[in-house]
Design a protein around this ligand. Structure first.
Ligand code: NI
Length: 205
């Protein structure tokens, strides 16, 4: 009896712990609501963030003033969509040539538990030497994701041994003063990205 009660208490504390961890790592708003906010331009996008890059340095949105920013939220264990989009972002920067120096590609993880700065260092190098990969605690990540209206939800496998993260996958373009310029849908090609960005660089805006 005693051992059963102890077991029950242990299970209870483990499950309440994991519930709160999941809650913090998941959007409070629904996927539909957040997708609408972006697609129909219903809410402001972007804002301040304070995160940690793949070299362990603290980085804020202000560090990137003066450049255009391409911002993407995802997670490194994403099997398909994230790597495809990150590759196109990297190729777009190269296609812009010298002017591409004024475009900063930024990846912000929605899976900070696994995507530590050390892990991001290896992952970002697969795409582009100038890619900045950002992680942080769940509150800092949740704040950044909320500001960009990013949907993200931790989804555990049936046996709870593993998890994936459902997330919206827009590529955000931010201006030199950090202002929101627009989004590209997932699957946008490097050429489309570069063609949209090139005239902005030429015009200095
Ligand atoms: Ni993904």
């Amino acid at each position: 009896m005693t051992s059963f009660r102890m077991l029950a208490l242990t299970l209870l504390s483990v499950s309440s712990l994991s519930t709160s961890a999941v809650a913090q790592a998941t959007s409070e708003r629904s996927a539909a609501e957040l997708m609408d906010a972006v697609m129909w331009n219903r809410e402001p996008i972007g804002g301040p963030f304070a995160l940690v890059d793949q070299n362990g340095a603290r980085r804020t949105d202000v560090d990137f003033r003066g450049k255009l920013m391409l911002v993407y939220f995802g997670f490194t264990y994403c099997p398909d969509v994230c790597p495809t989009d990150l590759l196109q972002m990297a190729l777009a920067v190269d296609q812009l040539g010298q002017a591409g120096q004024m475009v900063q590609p930024v990846f912000i993880t929605v899976d900070p538990e696994r995507d530590t700065p050390e892990h991001l260092k290896e992952y970002m190098s697969l795409f582009h030497p100038r890619f900045v990969g950002l992680s942080g605690d769940v509150h800092a990540i949740g704040g950044a994701a909320g500001a960009y209206r990013v949907y993200h939800k931790k989804v555990e496998s049936d046996d709870r041994s593993d998890y994936t993260v459902d997330h919206s996958a827009f590529i955000y373009l931010m201006g030199r003063d950090g202002e929101y310029l627009g989004f590209f849908p997932p699957g946008t090609s490097a050429k489309q990205l570069a063609d949209d960005i090139r005239p902005r660089l030429a015009a200095g805006r």
